[in-house]
Structure formats: structure tokens, C-alpha cells
Design a protein around this ligand. Structure first.
Ligand SMILES: [Fe+2]
Ligand SMILES: [Fe+2]
Length: 171
């Protein structure tokens, strides 16, 4: 059995998005690392690793389904993100866009009668909801903290246990 070509193509595009997110979160993480905001750096590093995992999940699906992997050109990440609020806003906007993409993929898979891919994508729906919620929360905290970015870093430190539990639960 072989994957539907249109679905394969859409998945390849999505793999590019996931690697793009990996590069974006890695860039944000590095910025905070340089600024000495190590909890924020660790948070965005973990987000970056999640995105690489997403790309790998899609790649594994292509392999399992006898598809063809064609990774598209990946846009350079924004490197001008300076504040926590900017980072959170950019991440939230990104995750909303990805959620739309996943919804589009699901719609396409449904139209093509590809229920295996539809089923595979259901994990990503849960994952997107979790990421949207996490970034929304970070944005709220960043807005409250204003110029006191150290307060956000301390907030992240207090919530680290909770986050790593969530990460472990996701595998
Ligand atoms: Fe992702
Ligand atoms: Fe994401």
C-alpha cells in the first residue's frame, strides 16, 4: 500500500514547517541563553526538540506508508526577536498557523479517503492544543512582567517540573 501522492506532498511541506519551527525555537533559545535567561533558553530549547520530533514523526509516516521524502527549502528563522513578549507572540502566531496546516492536512487526507493518515494526524491535534495553550500562557505572563524579564525566567523555573512532566507524558 502506498500513500496518496497529494497527501505525500502536503506532508513533505509540513516536514519543512516542522524543521522551520525547530530552527526558530533554537534561535530564540540561543538569544535567551546569551542574555542569561537560562530558564527561558531551556524552555525554547525543549520546544525546538519537540519540533524536530514532529518532523521525525512525519518522516516515519512517509517511510511506513511507502512514500517519498522531499524536504522543501526551509525559510531562515527570524533572528530579531528580543523580548520575551515578542518571542511568545511569534511562537503563538506560528502555532496557530501550524494548527491551520494540520487541519488542512486532515481535510485533504479525508477527501482522499486516507484514513490511516487521518488517524496518524490525531496525535498532532492534541499536541497543537497543548502548544497553543503553553504559548498563550507564556504571552500572558510576559505581558504582566513587562520589562522585568527576570520575573518570567523565575516563573518558568517554578513551573519547570510541571512542564517536564508534560513532556514526559508526550514521549
Ligand atoms: Fe510542530
Ligand atoms: Fe509546535
Amino acid at each position: 500500500m502506498q500513500i496518496n501522492p497529494a497527501v505525500n506532498q502536503a506532508i513533505n511541506k509540513q516536514i519543512g514547517m516542522e524543521f522551520g519551527a525547530y530552527l526558530q525555537y533554537l534561535t530564540i533559545s540561543t538569544h535567551f541563553d546569551v542574555e542569561g535567561l537560562s530558564e527561558l533558553a531551556a524552555f525554547f530549547k525543549a520546544q525546538a526538540e519537540d519540533e524536530r520530533d514532529h518532523a521525525e514523526r512525519f518522516i516515519n509516516h512517509v517511510v511506513a506508508f511507502n512514500g517519498k521524502l522531499e524536504i522543501p527549502t526551509i525559510d531562515a528563522p527570524a533572528s530579531n526577536v528580543k523580548t520575551v513578549e515578542e518571542a511568545a507572540q511569534l511562537s503563538l502566531d506560528w502555532e496557530m498557523k501550524v494548527t491551520e496546516e494540520i487541519n488542512g492536512l486532515l481535510k485533504l487526507a479525508g477527501e482522499q479517503g486516507d484514513h490511516i493518515t487521518e488517524n496518524f494526524l490525531s496525535w498532532f491535534l492534541d499536541e497543537q492544543l497543548e502548544e497553543l495553550s503553553t504559548m498563550n500562557k507564556l504571552l500572558k505572563v510576559a505581558k504582566r512582567a513587562g520589562a522585568n524579564e527576570l520575573a518570567v525566567d523565575e516563573f518558568m523555573a517554578r513551573h519547570r517540573g510541571q512542564q517536564s512532566n508534560n513532556t514526559n507524558a508526550d514521549g
